[in-house]
Write a protein that binds this ligand. Structure first.
Ligand code: GTP
Length: 420
């Protein structure tokens, strides 16, 4: 009874020897590696800020088509009139660990004369992905659920050196509560070190002043001091001033050492050098140390808040009936539609199960009938064989009897012989 009502007291026990559950982390590790990982990343920013180049630099592979070498990208962009949502998935592997990476590109963002609505299709896409997941969760059959939720959204700020533009503020304000927002200063190689520092300060001030929610990696209670230090260093670089490039150069010239960078008449900007830009820290957070945390944060905080808002809708309904009857009616209809959809799905599953069972029954009935027919044929064959043998036995007996002499005939023969 105490277990139901109150908290259950936990008693610490010492083991008398190794029993083996210290191996649990290895079991989880093996299982995860076998299953593979999935990560969905969204890139948003005005045209030509280096979004595709950054994705390719991050994963060191030609994952996203860049303007440099992709004519199709130019054609597609000039044809579009609104912000598009294009996603592409790549399977990548590193040291036996598989990652299914989905990149969602948003061409057209900020490219129009009036950009006040630019964030809307992106917000809609993120919410639809939550809705899709919520829908799958409430299904009768929850096997093979697909998770299309966005785990991180990299927002590219143009390297103006001033402060955030209205477009940036609006997008970040609207999207911050919905997705793990990671702001970056695009093409930071066009700014001097001092300009980057000043720009970062002004961006952070704007973020605070506008109550914008961005992603900061969290420090946990049981993190070791080294991890805490790493996290603090990552946080100190936000918003990350990045440089992207997939070109490599001999460094120093003539040596066998190749590094990724951008070459200018005055020198080489090294992508993987923390003194040159924040690319390394961004990659560390996004891929090396916080990929799982970004996914967890999406599930436990962002999706959960979307989900509870939706479910609260049911609770609010009663209140709305008096204060806002139109809203009440609308929500009632939406709820009824959802229930009808669920019922239909349940019926469909039931129908499917019944027809599967019927099919199986029919199949076994047919099998039984076939066996019965086969046995009948075998028995008939046996009967015919026996009949045949019987006939042969009977038919063979008469000539034999004709040849064999009866005792009377023998004595008559004998008699005849005597009289000769
Ligand atoms: P859209 O999809 O058209 O919006 O372009 P994008 O944002 O994906 O840019 P993309 O990666 O195609 O790069 C556009 C141009 O910028 C290319 O010529 C890149 O080489 C160049 N570029 C990319 N990253 C950087 C950078 O960090 N610094 C500089 N200076 N140029 C860059």
């Amino acid at each position: 009874m105490s277990g139901v009502a109150g908290t259950v007291p936990v008693v610490k026990k010492n083991l008398n020897g190794i029993v083996g559950f210290h191996n649990l982390p290895n079991q989880v590790h093996r299982k995860s590696v076998k299953k593979g990982f999935h990560f969905t990343i969204m890139i948003v920013g005005e045209s030509g800020l280096g979004k595709s180049t950054l994705i390719n630099t991050l994963f060191n592979a030609p994952i996203a088509p860049t303007r440099d070498g992709n004519a199709a990208k130019d054609q597609q962009d000039s044809a579009s009139k609104t912000v598009e949502i294009n996603s592409f998935t790549s399977d990548i592997e590193e040291n036996g660990v598989k990652l299914k990476l989905t990149v969602i590109d948003t061409p057209g963002f900020g490219d129009f004369i009036n950009n006040t609505e630019a964030h809307k299709p992106i917000l809609k896409s993120i919410e639809e992905r939550y809705e899709n997941y919520l829908d799958q969760e409430s299904r009768v059959n929850r096997k093979n659920m697909t998770d299309n939720r966005v785990h991180a959204c990299i927002y590219f700020i143009a390297p103006t050196g001033h402060s955030l533009k209205q477009l940036d503020v609006q997008f970040m304000k609207e999207l911050g509560p919905k997705v793990n927002l990671i702001p970056v200063i695009a093409k930071s190689d066009v700014l001097t070190e001092a300009e980057v520092t000043g720009f970062k300060e002004r961006i952070l001030q704007d973020i605070k002043a506008n109550n914008i929610q961005i992603y900061y990696p969290a420090v946990h209670e049981n993190d070791d001091p080294e991890t805490v230090q790493e996290i603090k260093e990552i946080i100190s670089r936000i918003p990350f001033a990045i440089v992207g490039s997939n070109q490599t150069f001999e460094h120093p010239p003539g040596s066998k050492n190749h590094i990724r960078g951008r070459k200018y008449p005055w020198g080489l900007i090294e992508i993987d050098n923390e003194a040159h830009c924040d690319f390394v820290k961004l990659r560390q957070m996004l891929i090396r140390s916080h990929m799982e945390e970004l996914k967890e944060h999406t599930t436990q905080i962002l999706y959960e808040s979307h989900r509870s808002l939706k479910l609260e809708g049911a609770g609010v309904r009663g209140k709305d009936a008096k204060t806002n009857p139109a809203k009440f009616e609308e929500e009632k209809r939406a709820h009824e539609l959802k229930m009808a959809k669920m019922e239909q799905e349940m019926k469909a599953v039931f129908q499917q199960k019944v027809s599967e069972k019927e099919k199986k029954l029919k199949q076994s009935e047919e099998e039984l009938y076939a066996r019965h027919k086969e046995m009948k044929q075998q028995l008939e064959q046996q009967r015919l064989d026996l009949e045949e043998r019987k006939k042969r036995l009977l038919g063979g007996a008469s000539p034999a009897r004709a040849n064999s002499n009866t005792p009377t005939q023998q004595s008559q023969k004998g008699k005849t012989g005597l009289f000769k």
